[in-house]
Design a protein. Structure first.
Lengths: 309, 248
């Protein structure tokens, strides 16, 4: 608990009769990148707004480095850098002017403002844009300004709400690298509905659906769920199902098309070698054998739609 | 922190042409009234007016300039206040303020002070303009200082009302129109009961309270009226923003 920087307990939020977030509890460790995943309208943004003090929770509490968001909001907010979904930029100002204001608002000492502005620009690759009006920057650069204002006061926790939405692939890659970089020194909470992004950037994943937390674990746990007990096998001269089922350990064989099979096997067995040996013996013409990985999308769909099924 | 918010507001005002244009137009307006006042003074006072009815140049020109401030400000201030919160609401920049370690009171008071500071430029300008009469005449500086004080209070009240209306909507134009209507009503209230100067309803009129300043009188009840007015509407604004946080 000593290393925990953020602690959310039983957070709930209703909008009228509509429950947006229901009893969500979690904590964030120092130097951890937490991915917050969920379909549209699952309650990601609502949770983030509650974490940053933009929205009062109907129930539950948020503690930032020991400071309660309701009882001691100023101290708690000092520790947080937040980039909402719609980036809050004063477009009539230049990058330098805006970041200076952001630093002042976040109580950076006046003697250190210049330095922290330079630092943030440096980290976000904005140094050559200092005197440009934010209005005239491209989407990607505006996003960087948004991230720069979130890290300018060197906060303990950086909260980014869908930071890569609407960017081109090159910009997305740059922003991801930037987030990884930030994650080395700060704790980061990142919300997204792009799954590979989570795998690339995050240490831990939380999946939220219809206001409930349905998965909370490391990225390794999530990957384990992906490697199921399935093999994808291709033969040029396809055998019959019966012949396949005769192989030791095979529990089920589904024909996908003329040549491809999906072979399920029992737990603790790995019949890959058996399949290869049998196939060469019987001359089935094996040309493809690989573990059949469930895509992250499938796991995501499984997790978020479990209750409905 | 209030000062930081005020500085940001000033910076935004000067970063857009809007601030400059309003300031220029108001200066033109007051400059014209000043010139008109001086011209009229020579027309009227050089005539066959009995000495007992003669007025000093300070109060004559001063009334011409400060007396019209009511109406000029009614038009100008809604245009300045409309952006303050509704523009932030529309461009979704409020989370930037809400997630910084700043209280709602500081945000609202900071914005208010920023705008009043901006308009004090105008008040100082009017003061300096009228002071130039001292080159030819011996003018009453007390009257000018009293009036400048009154004008700041008037401008402050207008701004407080404007900020409140601005916090109600995310459409700056709607904020401007409703502020204009409310201010206009406040100013002409007094005319409804003009026949009876002691009618209770007349006490709510802003024009009535400002009039004593233009006569050169600083009455504590007038000062209290304006200060209470400002505090009331700033409090309403804070409550409005707080309900944003509570109800989403």
């Amino acid at each position: 608990m000593i290393n925990s920087t953020l602690h959310a307990r039983e957070l709930s939020r209703n909008f009228g009769n509509n429950i947006a977030v229901n009893d969500v509890s979690f904590s964030l460790q120092k130097g951890e990148v937490l991915g917050f995943l969920g379909p549209n309208g699952a309650g990601k943004s609502t949770t983030m707004r509650m974490l940053t003090g933009n929205l009062a929770p109907s129930n539950g509490s948020v503690k930032i480095c020991g400071h309660d968001m309701v009882d001691n909001p100023k101290k708690a907010k000092e520790m947080i850098g937040y980039l909402p979904e719609m980036r809050p930029l004063y477009k009539e100002l230049t990058v330098d002017e805006f970041l200076t204001i952001a630093a002042r608002f976040h109580k950076v000492q006046s003697s250190k403002i210049m330095r922290s502005v330079e630092n943030a620009k440096d980290k976000c690759g904005l140094s050559h844009m200092s005197k440009r009006l934010i209005e005239n920057l491209s989407n990607g650069y505006q996003q960087r300004v948004g991230i720069a204002q979130a890290i300018i006061h060197n906060p303990e926790i950086v909260i980014l709400d869908e930071p890569t939405v609407g960017l081109d692939p090159i910009q997305i890659r740059e922003i991801r690298n930037l987030i990884k970089e930030i994650g080395k020194k700060h704790s980061v909470i990142l919300s997204t509905h792009i799954l590979p992004e989570v795998e690339m950037v995050c240490d831990r994943v939380q999946i939220i659906n219809e206001g409930n937390l349905v998965f909370n674990g490391s990225i390794e746990d999530l990957k384990k769920q992906r490697r199921g007990n399935k093999l994808l096998v291709g033969f040029t001269k396809a055998p019959t199902k019966k012949e396949l089922l005769a192989i030791d350990g095979v529990s089920q064989a589904d024909k996908i098309d003329k040549t491809m099979f999906r072979i399920h096997f029992k737990e603790k067995y790995l019949p890959a070698e058996e399949i290869v040996i049998t196939s060469t013996k019987k001359k089935w013409g094996l040309f493809h054998i690989a573990p059949d990985i469930t895509s992250l999308e499938d796991i995501f769909v499984q997790l978020t739609q479990k209750e409905k099924v | 922190m209030i000062i930081n918010i005020a500085r940001k507001e000033l910076k935004s005002l000067f970063a857009s042409p809007m601030g400059w244009i309003i300031l220029a137009l108001l200066m033109f307006g007051f400059g014209f009234l000043y010139l008109d006042g001086v011209n009229k003074y020579f027309e009227v006072m050089s005539g066959s007016i009995r000495p007992a009815e003669r007025k000093g140049i300070t109060i004559f020109v001063g009334q011409n300039v400060y007396g019209a401030a009511n109406f000029l400000m009614t038009v100008a201030i809604p245009i300045l206040t409309m952006r303050l919160i509704s523009e932030e609401r529309r461009s979704q920049t409020l989370p930037f303020l809400f997630s910084a370690p700043i209280s709602l009171t500081e945000i609202v008071v900071g914005k208010f002070i920023g705008l009043v500071t901006f308009l004090s430029i105008l008040v100082i300008y009017i003061f300096v303009m009228l002071s130039t009469m001292n080159i030819w005449a011996d003018i009453d500086f007390g009257y000018l200082i009293g009036n400048s004080f009154g004008l700041i209070l008037l401008v402050g009240s207008f701004c407080a009302l404007g900020i409140y209306f601005s916090s109600l909507t995310s459409q700056p134009i709607i904020a401007a129109i409703s502020t204009f209507i409310a201010l206009f009503a406040m100013v002409i209230f007094g005319n409804l009961t003009a026949s009876d100067p002691n009618h209770w309803f007349g006490h709510f009129s802003m024009a009535k309270h400002f009039q004593s300043f233009t006569r050169g009188v600083i009455d504590t009840s007038d000062v209290a009226y304006f200060i209470l007015f400002i505090i009331t509407f700033l409090t309403f604004t804070i409550r409005r923003l707080d309900s944003d946080r509570l109800t989403g």
